[in-house]
Design a protein around this ligand. Sequence first.
Ligand code: ADP
Ligand code: MG
Length: 339
Amino acid sequence: METRTEISSLGEFGLIKRINEKIKTTLPDTIRGIGDDAAVIDSGEEYGLLTSDMLLEGVHFDLTFFPLKHLGYKAIAINVSDIAAMNGIPRQVIVNLAVSNRFSVEAIDELYEGIKVACKDFNVDLVGGDTSSSRSGLMISVSVFGKVGKEKIAYRNTAKPNDLLCVTGDLGGAYLGLQLLEREKQVFLANPNMQPELEGKDYVIQRQLRPEARMDVIYELESAGVIPTSMIDVSDGLASDLLHICAQSGVGAVVFEERLPIDEQTFLAASELNIGPITAALNGGEDYELLFTVSQASYELIKNNPKITFIGYMTDKKDEIVLHTKGDSRVPITAQGWT
Ligand code: ADP
Ligand code: MG
């Protein structure tokens, strides 16, 4: 009998690893294939960058609380974020849609309204795509082409011991925003007369529904003359994404708990939902901030940038990725992708 292996036994990362092992690139201008935030293509003067991400109804979004306009915006932003994570500039996007007859023309107009705003915000051109009917629900898949100067590219596998570890913005908000929205949905389903209690929670809700790609920081690093020694965007959670940098670079890391940037609203939502704010910051996901390392010489050049927090440093102790707690103990940082 043929063997059947459950995908859940590999997990997302195990599955990608397995695909990667079977694929070998052969073209001389394919500089980097599977394994980073975007593929890297030699285009002469510069490198081209290519990346893709899809959002599926019922898996990545729930239309009972996700406005279509925001969904369109998010689909572009999370793809631009992967170009940012290579220290690149996004240029063109392609949008693939699968829609069921549940959706009206007006609904698709709304989705494209959000796509249009994002294209303007991130200065990219929408240049094509594909449209199909779907038996169930909505699927939106976006691919982005970007570019980066060859000497400026930031990979995941080039962090060095003693580099400083930095993160942009704050963490954990998007996850808690989602938990709040899910809770309000349950309350509403139980009693449709209930009004949602989301006052004073606008920031975390916005973190979930309308994430930003941190292109602003990419331009500021450029002005400061800083090229990260490695970079990734925080899509799966700080822990998971830091583990990617460490594993691929062959280094360890120390992260200081008290340095983790967490917004006031994130703290409040965490306590209301009985979720540890540090857990949300480490494992929450979907914040789409940038996690990067810089050489110590770069410290002076960006230490005053309020969008950047120095949260730790890299070590030569491969496999030792630890959280230095407020109580001065050290606990291993572990992570999972989706299963
Ligand atoms: P990100 O979170 O930055 O979008 P992913 O974790 O989705 O990255 O993907 C990691 C790497 O695996 C990327 O290089 C991506 O292009 C590649 N990848 C993901 N899914 C597939 C697939 N089905 N086939 C080939 N490569 C894939
Ligand atoms: Mg990424």
